[in-house]
Design a protein around this ligand. Structure first.
Ligand code: HEM
Length: 512
């Protein structure tokens, strides 16, 4: 079927080339600034071929193009020009200094439009009143430090689950493949924050299965966005598969939303007023959209809940795996971290959340992990609210502008020996490293400016809490004769191509 689609594209391309040829004779449009340079593309077919690639596949191409064209490059991906920026100071100019111009999101492609309930979630909502209300609800109701603190019992519960699994592996001496465990614990935490703390492990597993299945292999559906009227006929089966994925998720998540609605009503009518811990879904039930002056629909609440799970789980478990991989690869860094923890905890059994504030080296290890292995190599695509100039080039309203996160963290002009894992680089300065990039950008694993990841505080807490406890409880070693490979591949995030396998031994036994 794709072959027919391709032939059709060639036919349309030829007619467009002819049109472009005739346009040569019409008077040129007057433009004071031009788009940033980039490789010329064969109309339509070129756009289509770019569209089939993931950003991860495009990244090495962009790295080469940067050498030729500089730190702003244009590619024609799909129907719009896409500008890529790899320069720190241009990113600061755009996202921080001109934040109100550069914080819009592009019009969603058809599949994303369906997934986001027509851009009624935080990450894809246009810059405006609806986005502001949705984002403020998340940050003030759920991600506020005092609310985050109120979920500490959930973190302890999940940590104990993780310890039980690792303890049994340590006893048998078999190596542990940690990623699935990390993914599961992050999932538990976010599910409890999203739907309340009364869910069983079986329910959480079911949610994880269906949400993860929906997330992986999404690039398969990119092609549907190219000329949807045609793909709806020619690629009918793939569209069906796409809708089925969403339905599978709705079947699991919508009953949970309805249960929270019922619980809230019961609480209001005072039938039940027991230990009711506020969950993200509860805050959405009565929220009003200012642009449409109405409450959210069930479908929109579903999209926001899915976004919360997708945004906060794989990103953090990926970062956790990268950090642990480096601690296994470099035992001297692991030892140094262990000694710092010992200095704070003494002979205590567990690390309390307040203890984390006293561990600067731990923070440096996490920051170095995020610099060297950012889970997302690009921020989400941005667009401008009006035609704008950046770095002497035009950034048009009908295009997208993308910022290259990994490139900035690996820039030798900013970071000495950038590909090495050296947490000490974050210890040299008296001041705490500013991850929000408000004064200057050195790296931006969470983005910067008005669209900065609202979950960065929660993510850093989760990373610090789990890394510290995992190192305090166990010694982590590479398997005999096994090199820890830092090769990458793209899943939803940029993960380890060869997932981390390690031998673990309880520290208690080592100490006694
Ligand atoms: C290590 C973990 C994480 C990383 C590396 C990360 C990274 C990012 C990045 C790069 C963006 C895009 C910024 C932009 O477009 O300019 C983003 C947006 C977002 N993230 Fe995160 N994130 C993480 C964890 C979380 C968590 C835990 C949550 C929620 C609980 C979350 C919720 C969101 C949301 C809702 C957005 C959209 C913001 C907007 O468009 O206004 N993220 N994140």
């Amino acid at each position: 079927m794709e072959t027919w689609f391709f032939i059709l594209l060639i036919a349309v391309s030829i007619s467009l080339i002819l049109k472009a040829f005739f346009n040569l004779f019409s008077p040129p449009k007057k433009l004071t600034h031009t788009l940033p340079p980039g490789p010329s593309t064969f109309p339509i077919i070129g756009n289509f071929l770019w569209l089939r690639k993931s950003f991860f596949e495009i990244e090495p191409i962009l790295r080469n193009l940067r050498k030729k064209y500089g730190s702003m490059v244009t590619l024609y991906i799909g129907p719009r020009p896409s500008i890529f920026v790899s320069d720190h100071s241009l990113a600061h100019q755009a996202l921080v200094q001109s934040g109100s111009l550069f914080s819009d999101r592009p019009k969603a492609l058809p599949t994303s439009k369906i997934m986001s309930s027509n851009q009624h979630n935080i990450s894809s909502a246009p810059y405006g009143p609806n986005w502001r209300v949705l984002r403020r609800n998340l940050t003030s109701e759920i991600l506020h430090p005092s609310r985050i603190k109120s979920y500490s019992h959930a973190r302890k519960w999940v940590l104990d689950i993780l310890f039980d699994v690792l303890q049994s592996k340590a006893k048998t001496g078999e190596p542990v493949q940690v990623l699935t465990h990390f993914q599961y614990v992050m999932f538990c935490l976010l599910v409890l924050m999203c739907f309340g703390d009364k869910l069983s492990q079986e329910q959480i597993k079911k949610i994880e299965d269906v949400v993860r299945r929906g997330l992986l292999g999404l690039e398969r559906f990119n092609i549907l966005n190219f000329w949807p009227k045609v793909t709806k006929v020619l690629l009918r089966k793939r569209w069906q598969e796409f809708f089925q994925r969403r339905k599978d998720q709705e079947d699991v998540l919508i009953p949970l939303i309805r249960a929270r609605k019922k619980a809230k009503e019961e609480k209001l009518s005072d039938k039940k007023s027991d230990d009711y811990v506020l969950a993200y879904v509860d805050t959405l039930l009565d929220l009003e959209l200012p642009e449409e002056k109405r409450k959210l629909t069930e479908g929109e609440i579903f999209s926001l809940a899915s976004e919360f799970l997708n945004a906060g789980t794989d990103t953090t478990s990926t970062a956790l795996q990268w950090v642990m991989a480096n601690l296994v690869k470099y035992p001297h860094i692991q030892d140094k971290l262990f000694l710092e923890i010992k200095g704070v905890v003494g002979d205590g059994e567990e690390i309390k959340e307040d203890d984390l504030q006293k561990m600067p080296y731990l923070k440096a290890v996490i920051l170095e992990g995020l610099r060297r292995h950012p889970p997302g190599h690009f921020v989400l695509p941005h667009c401008v609210t009006e035609d704008t100039v950046l770095g002497d080039y035009l950034v048009p309203k009908n295009g997208t502008i993308n910022f290259m996160v990994a490139e900035m963290g690996w820039d030798p002009k900013v970071w000495e020996d950038p590909m090495a894992f050296k947490p000490e680089r974050f210890m040299r300065n008296e001041q705490v490293f500013d991850i929000t990039g408000s004064r200057e950008i050195k790296m931006m694993p969470f983005g910067v400016g008005r669209r900065i990841c609202p979950g960065f505080g929660l993510a850093l807490l989760h990373l610090e809490y789990f890394v510290a406890n995992l190192i305090w409880k166990f010694e982590w070693k590479a398997m005999d004769g096994d090199e820890i490979s830092l090769e990458e591949k793209q899943e939803f995030t940029v993960v380890m191509k060869t997932p981390l396998m390690a031998h673990i031994s309880p520290r208690k036994e080592i100490r006694s």
